[in-house]
Design a protein around this ligand. Structure first.
Ligand code: HEC
Length: 101
């Protein structure tokens, strides 16, 4: 009986811990941080899935794009306002944004 209670407690604790159980996807990050500007082109942001607007940007070096995402550029805040995003997550959000809607 005692053991069962212990197991139950351990399970409950595991379920309540705020450790992220699943890594965020590019889509999660997009809707959490990038959406407000990139969905409608707020402040001149290139619009999601708009090839014409993205093309000239993608012609830049990949490293420059990453640098601009990290540090921000003009109306774009550093890390696109996803302050706890790492480089990989920023890139996943970008990949999601480049897909046709
Ligand atoms: C507050 C508005 C805003 C948010 C939030 C935002 N962006 Fe932007 N973003 C912009 C604007 C404005 C530009 C255009 C900047 C310029 O070149 O003048 C831009 C440009 C970019 C570029 C092109 C950079 C380049 O090198 O040309 C990328 C990539 C980008 N954003 C990714 C993201 C990602 C990923 C997110 C979410 C994690 C995000 N943005 C969130 C406003 C925003």
């Amino acid at each position: 009986m005692k053991t069962n209670l212990l197991i139950l407690l351990t399970l409950l604790l595991a379920a309540c811990s705020d450790q992220p159980t699943q890594p965020r996807t590019g889509e999660d990050i997009y809707y959490q941080s990038c959406f407000s500007c990139h969905e409608r082109g707020h402040g001149g942001a290139p619009i999601r899935g708009n090839t014409e607007q993205w093309q000239p940007r993608l012609e830049q070096d990949e490293a420059i794009i990453l640098e601009n995402m990290r540090n921000g550029i003009n109306g774009m805040p550093p890390k696109g306002a996803c302050f706890d995003c790492n480089d990989k997550e920023l890139q996943m959000a970008l990949e999601f944004m480049l897909k046709q809607p």
